[in-house]
Design a protein around this ligand. Sequence first.
Ligand code: ATP
Length: 361
Amino acid sequence: MASVEIIELRKLYGSVVALSNISLEIKSGSFFTLLGPSGCGKTTLLRTIAGFHAQNSGRIFIGEKAIEHTPAHKRDVGMVFQDYAVFPHLSVFDNVAFGLKQRRVSSGQIRERVASVLDIVQLGDYTNRMPHELSGGQQQRVGLARALVINPKVLLMDEPLSNLDAKLRVDLCHQIRRIQQDMGITTIYVTHDQEEALATSDMVCVMYNGIIQQAAPPLEIYNRPANRFVANFVGANNFLKVDTKGHGVVLANSGISTGISMPKGESEAGIVAAIRPEKTDVSQTAPHAGQVCLPAKLSHISFIGREMEIQGLGENGEEIRAVMRPDSDLMALSPGSDIHFNFSATEMSLFEDSETGRRLS
Ligand code: ATP
């Protein structure tokens, strides 16, 4: 196990800037996730660390060793791919043994190490099966065993769960995290699934347009998104335009006071407030004291079992959503009914109103 440091890494495909001056420090033994929408550069970053792509400039260290010019097979990394990449004509044993044979490990040691790693991924009873006799989840565990058996310093995983169905994803995701923690192996994991990222990671790095938007522990990413893009991409958010009145922040077009002041030194133009739907409540009658209250017309209610989602059109002309415990009185309302969306101003975040507008503290 080792730390990974990336310094001002830059990668272009022709004129497309896939990675724009990426700098990161990944702690030894941590589970570090690259999260972002399609095309943000996460696979390019992972494959550049693996040595499958050459960077245009920048440095990559595993531990103390600079590896940016080391060939892929000498980088001491194990890679797990989205499509399993198991050899179809080789048994589970031979698939896992492959990397050890290439490294000319003795056959006794190969048997021992393969058996031990197959136990770790809970495939000890499947040693002689062929890949076509395995489920997708089992094939991916072969992929994981194959990456782990060479004792890499760093494990790289490129959307390893995306070909599996929802329930299996959750199960295997937990298994991967358990194995990673038991072995203490530094892991860099690529996904576009935010729940997977929040649930498994020590650190989440949100990328967009080849640029790191924020790298932080999951709770901080969720509770204190660094910019509007992160606030929008990770979890849901209502974005409400705000104005200033004196020093106070008011909802735009309605003048409803939020009770908070404009942060000192910030320009007053082009600011949005973000409030999470689960921090927003709906009432039919008088608003709760001490809360920001936005009168609205009900647009739609969806009941989703444990909770319900209420959508409305605020008096200020903006859409707003709340997610709350099911309430039969509210569920009986017809579209167009008068309701109030209520939330605490302390739960609001303020951002500059652009796609990646920064958070105002
Ligand atoms: P996805 O989740 O869809 O795999 P990603 O975040 O992993 O996306 P990358 O595959 O790293 O994104 O791509 C980053 C950018 O580089 C995109 O704009 C993509 O179109 C571009 N790109 C990737 N590979 C190539 C290539 N071989 N030639 C040209 N452009 C490429």
